[in-house]
Design a binder for this molecule. Structure first.
Ligand code: AHR
Length: 328
């Protein structure tokens, strides 16, 4: 047990993630995991169209070497339906364990339930499913990831502290509709802003977490709201797209428009260094080592906390240069 605890700390530190346990749950009704030298592990990725997703998949592939996994990965290319059928295919191939980042909260419940029926312990990674329908400790073992509401709240609080004008005219670029980070990052940010009369969210529209769509949505919203002076994007890719749209329109992001975002990609840290972006709240994609650790603990019969929570840093002009070399 002591040896495993040491391993946990080492792996988690190596991943750049810090973790706290929130509550404990019984694993009685869940499929168990027998102890083996090697596991057949499934990682069903949702898409690979941005640096965050690519870094997350690489983290799992790198961990397959160190954790001695026989790893199967799939790419659902942005389709929740394909992600469900990818999981079906992994079940048919006899995986021992499933790691699943569900693209959207509701459609992926089917995959979680089918894996459980097939006797495969499932860990949700980085995104979650609708908690009213599928529950950690009952339908899947645990959710490993950040507090997305808190990320939105921190983005809002940083904005309130750093906005220099009298009245904030805010455009919000939302992530994928129906996904847990889009729902929660919106809630965290909007709830804080609702308490401040000088802050108005004049438009809130999905850019699907994608750079080019973020740029297109920003171009359109800029025509309707030329007085925008704050952009809150649910991820860095859309923030970079918004910066492109603002610059094309002759605006000066970082000077006349404050850009506030979430993730911590290399391009975002560079934009902070260049003075174009104000802040990005960290949301780390490096889940592989944590997945190895949690899976080993589960195989050892340990009770796994229903939410293995990842703690996030915040990147601003004070520290972006210090961390850019470890960014993705
Ligand atoms: O689920 C986490 C989010 O998904 C990241 O913030 C985003 O960049 C990714 O696509």
């Amino acid at each position: 047990m002591k040896r495993l605890t040491t391993l946990t700390s080492t792996l988690v530190l190596a991943a750049g993630l810090s973790v706290t346990a929130i509550g404990m749950a019984s694993a009685q009704s869940l499929p168990t995991l027998e102890k083996k030298d090697q596991y057949k592990v499934g990682f069903a990725q949702m898409e690979s169209n941005n640096p965050w997703r690519i870094a997350e998949t690489k983290s799992f592939k790198d961990t397959a070497e160190t954790c001695n996994w026989d790893l199967i990965t799939t790419d659902a290319a942005g389709s929740a339906a394909k992600q469900v059928s990818d999981v079906d295919s992994m079940i048919a191939q006899g995986i021992d364990v499933l790691f699943l980042p569900p693209r959207e909260e509701k459609p992926l419940i089917a995959a979680v339930m089918r894996a459980r029926s097939a006797g495969i312990p499932t860990f949700l990674v980085d995104r979650s499913v609708d908690k009213n329908v599928a529950k950690a400790g009952e339908h899947f073992v645990a959710f490993m990831g950040s507090d997305f509401i808190e990320q939105g709240r921190r983005a809002a609080e940083w904005t309130l502290e750093n906005f220099k004008g009298d009245k904030g005219v805010i455009v919000e670029l939302e992530g994928t509709t129906g996904s847990s980070p889009a729902n929660d990052r919106k809630k965290g940010f909007d709830d804080v802003m609702a308490k401040h009369d000088n802050m108005t969210i004049v438009a809130s529209q999905s850019g699907d977490f994608a750079r080019d769509l973020g740029r297109q949505v920003m171009e359109t919203l800029l025509q309707a709201h030329p007085d925008v002076n704050i952009v809150y994007a649910h991820n860095d890719e859309m923030a970079i797209g918004a910066i492109q749209a603002l610059e094309l329109a002759g605006r000066k992001p970082g000077e006349d428009v404050l850009i506030v975002s979430i993730d911590g990609t290399r391009d975002a840290l560079q934009a902070i260094i260049d003075g174009k972006m104000g802040v990005t709240v960290e949301s780390s994609p490096f889940f592989g080592p944590l997945a190895c650790d949690v899976m080993q603990r589960y195989a050892d019969g340990d009770k796994i906390e229903p939410w293995v929570q990842v703690k996030d840093r915040i990147f601003t002009k004070e520290n972006a240069a210090q961390f850019i070399d470890e960014a993705y």
